[in-house]
Design a protein around this ligand. Sequence first.
Ligand code: FE2
Length: 608
Amino acid sequence: MTPTSILGISAFYHDSAACLLRDGEIVAAAQEERFTRRKGDADFPRRAVEYCLAAGGVTPGELTYVGFYDKPLLKFERILETYLGTAPRGLRSFLLAGPLWIKDKLFIDRKLREELGYDGEILYAEHHESHAASAFYPSPFEEAAFLTMDGVGEWATTSFGMGRGNDIEILSEIHWPDSLGLLYSAFTYYTGFKVNSGEYKVMGLAPYGEPKYVDLIYRELIDVRDDGSFALNQRYFNYLSGLTMTNSAFDRLFGGPPREPESKLTQKEMDLARSVQVVCEEVMLRMARTVHRETGARRLCLAGGVALNCVGNGRLLREGPFEELWIQPAAGDAGGALGVAQLAWHRHCKQPRTVTPGRDGMRGAYLGPAYTDEEIEDYLRGIGAPYRKLERAVLLREVAQLLADEKVIGWFNGRMEFGPRALGARSILGDPRSPRMQAQMNIKIKFREGFRPFAPSVLRERVSEYFEMDVDSPYMLLVAPVKAGRRVAMDQSADRLWGIDKLNQLRSDIPAVTHIDYSARIQTVSRDTNPDYYDLIREFECLTGCAVVVNTSFNVRGEPIVCSPADAYRCFMRTHLDYLVLGPYLLEKPGQPEWKETGNWRQEFQLD
Ligand SMILES: [Fe+2]
């Protein structure tokens, strides 16, 4: 029998992606940005589709269904109603946004067919159904509640419900313009970061601040009820009618205009970040309690952009009512491509779902392209780069030794990750014990703000020896404290420092991955999903006694994570990375041919 091939697509908003299912199995999934090298690329995911079809060995004509992750007409209705409701104030943004919406969103059906060369059936899911499906279907649970929260899809900004077997049912929704994602984005904008990608920075900045503005936020901006439902006071926001997130009333409330991007961070931004983070966590907790009460479920699955708030997720795990959490690694809109494809399989094709307890269906999120040794070697020969090809055991031992010698390594291994985090396939690695590692990696390699901490990858069975947590966190979506016995008390003088100076104070015996509040954003590594990465950390442990490495995404600030060997080599040569591992090939910086740039990449990524 010919297999059922379903292509899921998310596109035209932010972070376009494609996903291919064959008989319900996830064959491939990738974000368009990785191929086009345009961060958060929202265009039709041409290259990601090409990759997924090639990975599955199918042509567009052989696809059984194509699924699109939201309903363009519903979304258009919301946009139209919003603009009509606020005209003429909204006229300017309507005119600016209009042609794009009309071109890309109203005629999606035609566009999908043209782009794909496909004339079969196209299935549409509602935006939050796609998120819910991406949360529940790949989870390791036969039965679980789900909670999805994001900026906005069509109308819904929050939804929860119940997944059982092959069925998901949405029980309740909160609608636009009330949105926890947009509240967070408003503060992201106001503190001078980029909306839709800078939210992570706000979360990272929060521990430096005091929750000074929490009461003000509750009093003026958001009315949070006991059950976690909420309403935003639109008097302070501009996203209904303008091209910015916040307005002059917001400025007056917080005593001045938004921070100029790239200008110096002050205590005010840190206090704002802390305050909105506190509010966000509180809403997440209250919502989770309501979901628990309404569904009686013991397990909870999360997706939607807010589920990337791993500090909030950590609190849900520790303080929330659920016994277990599972979080979709591509929790943002890219994951909608996977969700809609699974909806097509389980709901439309009425296919059962098989669950293996303890194992999810994401294959460690290693769902992107891999390159053969020949492809890598051809590339290296082509550019005349010197390299050594090593036996696996020799390579792992040598790289472990280099890490122990405080070298920083670009680690390119196997299939690329799906979702925003690097999980040991396209990662930059370092020694977490080194007091210098944090500053060195932030400034000389990532060219990014010094206040941002790095994340640890730890062997799954060792996680509770280093952190106050003993569950799987394969996708780096849970934050937990570093174990008390490993912490170093800060002296009084450290309180007067801030930013990178404060971060440079030794806070534990793994300082490079310990944030200012002793927290860490943890990835647990299991041998069955990534044997090479697991064995590398094992080697490092044999050598040093430390079962943790620093893992940060393989890119510089502003650039998508590397996809191909060429992307990896370029990043290696542009930065102070000491070594590059491409599959079995080891490259060291000295002796590489002189790197010639075309164009001003530093300007392109706004690094200067
Ligand atoms: Fe979304």
